[in-house]
Design a protein around this ligand. Structure first.
Ligand SMILES: [Zn+2]
Length: 433
């Protein structure tokens, strides 16, 4: 009997041991496992390029493309830009509404470039659009010139394709969405030096230089920076916890709410990037497009994210991995863009008719002038950047105080002259604000 009991207990212990082993192994397995790129769903960057080239070739009446290249210190970048202009509409016609869309600024967000390809296929009328016939598409697109950058960060994407699935930065480790000049280089407490490396100076990276020149020459009315990692429709600002003041900002927000309701089933976060995403981002493209290029509408769309995925499982975290979700994301977000093409121009007319003239937003503010001046000096003097980084805020304050005291002195001087001439007319109304 005793030996039977001891036999039973040793079997029991052996069974428990086996269970524990399976559990531990299972956990290890799930920790170590990560999802590879689904090559049956996703194009390689070369295949995307070839597909886009062929598409443009088939529709010379509406699509054109160019490849812009530049480089520095032995690092070269190229960016493909596709331009859509309806029925060979003149691209420089001033009545055009100009829209600039960028995809794939972060290497690991492959799904965004798939949306770009699908959207271009719809614009080439090679792919049907949900909820809209071709006639209404043509009338929607009549006034528009759309520039699409399908893969802003080709070098970073190539690293991802070679197996570095978590890479978001460019080919030499700089985050292209921290390399712009608005509030560049500021570091929050939760700043991640690996992920958010802003580069050695604003526009240090060839990719950002190309995009900056493109935005300056094209001067878009609407800018969208397309990312993945979550579902959101963001507007400025990324570097502070607020949206801009005024009617234009209000119109932008209501348009995002409409898009959220129509195509995101109210799932998407809507608001300022800095206020909604959970961290502030400095030196982003969208803040630059809004503050410096003065695009009346500047957005960041976050089109997909898998919150369940482990932080090491990057492909799954940023990209759909099954056909049904892949197709749903492509359809939903192409619909978002088509609604944007339809309602954006109407909303822009609203902004222009209601915002009083002269358009004060187009005037350069003291802050921007100083930012530009100091950034220029920073790049000229190279290493002396730290002093300027810390001193920027103080210099701005002193400059404001200087202006204010000059105005006061002028006022006192003028009132003395007017008194000495015996005039009783107040001079206040002549003061420049
Ligand atoms: Zn991103």
């Amino acid at each position: 009997m005793g030996s039977l009991l001891s036999n039973c207990s040793s079997w029991f212990l052996f069974f428990v041991f086996l269970q524990l082993l399976t559990l531990v192994n299972g956990r290890n397995l799930s920790k170590a496992s990560f999802t590879p790129i689904k090559r049956d769903l996703y194009h390689s960057s070369d295949a995307l390029k070839e597909g886009i080239k062929a598409l443009v070739h088939r529709h010379p009446d509406r699509l054109t493309m160019e490849t812009i290249r530049t480089g520095n210190e032995g690092y070269n970048a190229e960016i493909l830009v596709v331009t859509y202009a309806h029925g060979r509409r003149k691209i420089d016609d001033s009545s055009n509404i100009r829209i600039l869309l960028s995809f794939g600024q972060h290497g690991r967000e492959l799904i965004t470039s798939e949306v770009a390809l699908r959207l271009l296929s719809i614009l080439g009328e090679e792919y049907p659009i949900p909820k809209m016939g071709p006639t209404s598409l043509n009338s929607t697109l009549e006034r528009l010139v759309i520039k699409v950058v399908p893969m802003e960060n080709l070098n970073g994407r190539k690293l991802v394709e070679a197996g570095d699935l978590c890479e978001r930065r460019n080919g030499r480790g700089v985050d292209l969405n921290r390399n712009w000049s608005v509030d560049w280089g500021k570091k929050e407490k939760d700043y991640d030096p690996y992920e958010e490396n802003p580069g050695t100076a604003p526009f240090s990276e060839p990719e950002t230089q190309i995009m900056q020149k493109l935005s300056a020459s094209f001067d878009p009315h609407i800018w969208v920076n397309v990312h993945s990692g979550m579902e959101a429709l963001f507007m400025p600002y990324d570097h502070k916890n607020t949206t801009p003041n005024g009617l234009a900002s209000h119109i932008m927000k209501s348009m995002l709410e409409e898009l959220n309701h129509l195509h995101c089933l109210d799932r998407c976060l809507v608001g300022s990037g800095g206020g909604s995403v959970g961290y502030l981002a400095h030196g982003t493209a969208t803040d630059y497009m809004y503050d410096i290029v003065k695009a009346p509408m500047a957005f960041t769309f976050e089109i997909y994210g898998d919150e369940e995925a482990s932080s090491k499982d990057c492909f799954r975290m940023f990209n759909p991995i099954d056909l049904a979700t892949f197709n749903r994301v492509l359809n939903d977000w192409c619909s978002v863009f088509l609604t944007l093409f339809e309602t954006g121009p109407r909303r822009l007319d609203e902004i222009h008719s209601k915002v009083s003239l002269p358009d004060l937003e187009k005037l350069i503010s003291i802050d921007e002038y100083l930012d530009g001046y100091l950034m220029g000096r920073k790049s000229r003097y190279g290493k002396q950047t730290e002093v300027l980084d810390f001193g920027m805020q103080e210099i701005r304050t002193y400059f404001r105080l200087f202006l204010l005291s000059s105005v006061l002195l002028m006022f006192m001087f003028c009132s003395r002259i007017s008194k000495s001439k015996g005039s009783s007319r107040p001079m206040v109304s002549a003061l420049p604000v």
